[in-house]
Design a protein. Sequence first.
Length: 334
Amino acid sequence: MSTANQPRVTENENIVTVDNLKIHFPLKGGETVKAVDGVSFQIRAGETLGIIGESGSGKSTVGRALVGLLKPTEGTLRYGETDISELSAAEYKRLRKNYQIIFQDPHAALNPRMTILQSLVEPMEIQKEGTRESRRKTALAALERAGLAPEIALRYPHELSGGQKQRINIARALTVHPRFIVCDEVVAALDVSVRGSILNLFADLQEELGLTYAFITHDISVVAHVSQRVGVMYLGNMMELGPTGAVIDQPLHPYTQALLSAEPRPVPSDMREDRRIRLEGEIPSPVAPPSGCRFRTRCPFATEKCAAEPPEWREIVPDHWVACHYATPDGQVA
């Protein structure tokens, strides 16, 4: 499969830049779900940025916004140096093909009435790329690159396993030669026995094609395996962002510390330590989030300042950002 349509990747280039992104959903009665409420970060060319958080944190909403499936309520989203809000519909359609998404449920992502070949060809037809024969060749090459035999192209989704379907979804994204792919819980619905092979496929494709990923997951072990940097979300805000090793080994935000403490460790029962940080209370509603710091109602270190002022998004150590009034470089709360 040709990579001629791949734009040149510049070292240290930001593939995606998000600045104060807000995504709100109106409800009946005038209320609003503040699913994402002021998030800023960049994704660098050739890297994998992991985004983790509990259910309802807003991580999947961010992922959908990154590929244009949700329109920002406020804030800016730039592809490279281009602010997508300034593009015409035709310009955006041409640029949009470089930014793809692979969803969590491999079964729901495929049309049961279409053969695999038809599903693979469809994105190229929408983009009006090539001829019928060239689209077919590109589809079969993508199928092979995803680790599947060509004869699968004539089958229907119900004839395939979950792992095979997810490989097809990966192949379909590859047919339009993307630069950036959002992976939204892409191994969560798969058997444990096939998860490793899918993650290895993503790594091989990144090395071969120079792809950039946003890897959205609740599984910390997945983030540790695939990501160079990781962002931690809570109730629509980014709590912490930094190199994966630093965030996992020495988290600076109290929420990240609590989240990581809940991760099970495979050690004998007589060697286990009670490292769990148990958070009190329930996650607040995104319809009426707490004032100040979103995490303050469950944070053991919260003060009046946390209720009165939203914490500044600050770089505590090089390339390691935290939204907390009291976080320090050594992971202690001042």
